[in-house]
Each structure stands twice: as structure tokens, then as C-alpha cells.
Design a protein around this ligand. Structure first.
Ligand code: FES
Length: 148
């Protein structure tokens, strides 16, 4: 029992240190992302490979946010016509709505409501939240730390 707890604590410490060791990437000048604006940028994963991930950056009244760039319904880039209201972004295609702080789905493909094509389209893809990344302003740059 004691040994099991020790192994669990070691794994927890290892997981926490992996989280803290993830690097921050400079993505865009802070002045180019004003309140109410959103941008899509490609961020290189710094795990040794050449893989990049598309990130949506948005600045709202409550702060700076970084999420996955593509709508989880049919992969429309949310920076292209996505509408920000409060801390939510709505995809222009079928109007799926996400909380950009948590990535949670608020509404899943409701459009068009009549006829009921929206519901049919909604059933084609399983509802999934947006990935959420850490974002901060440092020395005039927006920096992003990708989630695992
Ligand atoms: S692609 Fe975004 S709601 Fe369908």
C-alpha cells in the first residue's frame, strides 16, 4: 500500500514537471491582437519533431485566450468569420458555439434550424470541445504554451 502510494506520487511529480517543462513560443506581437480580435497562427511543437499545431488566439475583455484553431464539427477555421461574444466564439458555418476559456461546447451545429439540416449535420460528428492552450503577454509578445 505504501509502495503503491509512492509510485503514484512519483508519477504525479513526473506529470507536473512535464507540464511545467513545456516551452512557451512567441507567436505574435501583442499590439497586433487587440480586444475583440482573433488570429490563427501555426505554432511549432517543441518536443523535438517538426510538427506544428494551428492555434486560435483571441483577446476578449477577460483576457487572452488560445484554443484549437479549427471547429470540431467540420474543421472550419474559427478565425475566418468566427464571431466572438463575451467569452464564446461561434463558428460561421453551422454556428457551433464554444467557450474559449474552457473549450466547452455551448451549442453543437444548430444551423440551419429550418429545415432541420443543422440537426442532421450535427449528428454527423460527435460533439467535442476545443483544445485549450496557455497564453500570456510577455515583453510585447503573445506567447503560447501548447497543451499536451
Ligand atoms: S464547421 Fe463549425 S459548426 Fe460546422
Amino acid at each position: 500500500m505504501v509502495r503503491h502510494r509512492l509510485i503514484s506520487q512519483q508519477r504525479l511529480v513526473q506529470t507536473v514537471s512535464e507540464e511545467e517543462n513545456r516551452p512557451w513560443s512567441k507567436v505574435i506581437k501583442s499590439e497586433r491582437l487587440k480586444i475583440g480580435q482573433k488570429k490563427m497562427r501555426s505554432v511549432k511543437e517543441r518536443t523535438g519533431g517538426k510538427r506544428r499545431r494551428n492555434v486560435l488566439l483571441a483577446r476578449t475583455e477577460t483576457g487572452l485566450h488560445a484554443t484549437g484553431a479549427l471547429c470540431k464539427h467540420m474543421a472550419w477555421p474559427l478565425a475566418w468569420g468566427g464571431k466572438i461574444e463575451g467569452d464564446c466564439i461561434t463558428c460561421p458555418l453551422h454556428q457551433s458555439k464554444y467557450d474559449i476559456c474552457s473549450g466547452d461546447v455551448k451549442e453543437w451545429s444548430p444551423f440551419p434550424r429550418l429545415p432541420m439540416y443543422g440537426k442532421i449535420l450535427a449528428s454527423m460528428r460527435k460533439e467535442r470541445p476545443l483544445e485549450v492552450h496557455e497564453a500570456r503577454d510577455v515583453d510585447g509578445w503573445v506567447e503560447v504554451r501548447l497543451s499536451l
